[in-house]
Design a protein around this ligand. Sequence first.
Ligand code: DGJ
Length: 728
Amino acid sequence: MIEYSEKSKTFVLRGKNYAYIMYVGASGFLQHVYYGKALRAEDTAYLLQTYGAPHEPQTRDGWSDGCLNELPSEYAFFGRGDYREPTVTAARQDGARMSRFCYVSHTVQKGAPALSGLPHARTADETLCIVLQDDFSPLQIKLFYAVSDNTDILARHAELINTGKEDLRIEKAFSFCVDLPDDAFDILRLHGNQTMERTPERMPLGHGITRLHSLRGASSHQMNPFAALLRRDCTETQGECYGFQLVYSGSWAITAEVHNADTVRMQGGINDTAFNALLASGQTLVLPQALLAYSCHGLGELSRAYARFIRTRIMPPRWANASRPIVVNNWEATYFDFSYDNLFPIIDEAAECGADTFVLDDGWFGKRDKDDSSLGDWTVHTGKLPQGLTPLIDRCKQNNIKFGLWFEPEMICEKSELYRAHPDWAIGKAGQPPYRSRSQLTLDLTRKEVVDHVFEAVGKILRENEISYVKWDMNRSVSEFYSHTLPAERQGEFAHRYILGVYDLAERLTSAFPHVFFEGCASGGGRFDAGMLYYFPQIWTSDNTDAYERARIQWGTSVCYPLAAMSCHVSACPNHQTGRTTPLHSRGAIASLGATGYELDLSKLTEQEKATVREQIRAYKEVETDVLQGDVYRLLDPFAGDRFCMMTVRADKTAAYVVGEGLRAVPNGYRKDAFVRLQGLNENKTYRIAECNVTASGAALMRFGVALPQLFDYQCFVWHIAEVRAKR
Ligand code: DGJ
């Protein structure tokens, strides 16, 4: 709900549990007043009295009195006495950069704003747009706040408009600024690396600037575009926390600045390093959306709010509540070394085991026998597959399963027909050796003709073959941020324009082939963000499929993404990434906490293992809806103890699904922590956990808990919890 009081010039935004309050002072300064647990309407006057008018300038000229450094801003500007980092910096023709943004007008409209060319929340009850104008330049800023009653996510973005005649150079343009009145927080980030994505790290917020970012042209394995501020007493189940997440997949930054007055300024958006954008007369720069979240019931509640929001408002709507294809992928089964002979048995077994899609991974095109050639040549490698894809597709059809195919649309190898024809389509600077990674270069998707070409080349394969699934990979970071065709004064826009090109390509391909299910991937989870989830309903979570490591990666990923976004496969042992051997049952259990699948040569399994896989797929189909659409509760932290445990609860609380894993066996008798307290159940309902012969109330299961089984290393347990209805 959005309320505006003309009398007090106050905006009050309300979601499910929070209120967000802003105020336009006598000087025109848009001041942030409050963000936190919902307050009664009459409290707004008290907040303003304490926090607003008495401390702010009464006239525009009063702004020279040095007060701005203490005032909480909605979109901070440079050079007028606020010495914290600005949200925006604009240089004019004379080189001056100081700004003074003042309120001009506002509108409230039904629904969500459409961000042209950028992914965004598809729905909202209403959207507030506040227009600010710089007193010293023609720069106008529109601040958008998309609000809905039934969520604690507030979707914010900004648009910059040059209302003058002369060019403006935008040197920094973050999407949001939130000034909170104290700094008694820990900051939580999700850092990592390839095969170690999204490791939660929590540490006290100190004075100065904490900066999380990616300069890789992608959101990155190394740091996810998300940060949370947690009160020091905030746990999974209690306490106050705030989340800041970007709906953006390119180079990004989120900063937390603790000021000398012990306040904290959170900001984020397009990475400002090596960024600048030319804003010509009349031009608008649309900035990425940020999802702000508030929880007064711990981090778990914040995660559930994000998960619900991303699943139902960001992902392609037709997949929000749909089941997912259960995939068998040949990558770890064959790598590049495949032919009809070794793929047919995998397809046959996939069908036999109950999977519904076979996906042919890297190596089917050009002359690709290893990872040093052919990216860009999206024609079948007839050396390997002499009759093309048809025999594979036919084999899938005979088995009544579907066929999927791997692409890496954004890339080009120097050893390729495409490179021979268009060397300048690769990102780099003529005359300088390119920076290679995995023997490949990145295509310059800032160029429309390159996007058009890739659309046609990938589209041709999709049109001419019965393909129902695409795995869209991306295996290197962007390094040289330079395009041969951009004018010098626009090279600073390269990183942003690159990701706009990716979004354009993704939008065109997903719209042209609506029957195709697209899975995102970037060397595993190197571009796992809400931006990509707008186009692709799930993302390959990590190349690390080890049941121990995966439990940790999926735990971290669940901090701000739904399980429905996580593609999770069972792979062979010893595991190819870690060399670890874990039970097949455990690999299946961990992979059941997401969109499940298989990444091994099923035809090489023993009869007993095949029976286990059949049973895993059958059992998964029973819980799939609860996993993909249920509410997630993180119970035992694999980073903090010897066990992992997570559960999902059906919305009406009639059923739940629990998966636990022993990470390091503890040879013990009765121990206090050998019980796990469940969460999210209805206290007054009675539940049955068949696997451990327990019947008890939700209250007992949540307060007293359930005894954990003795767990050897990497051993998993799975509990199906169902409400017991009283007989009439
Ligand atoms: C990286 C992906 O994460 C893998 O699953 C696989 O598709 C390889 N690329 C293929 O090159």
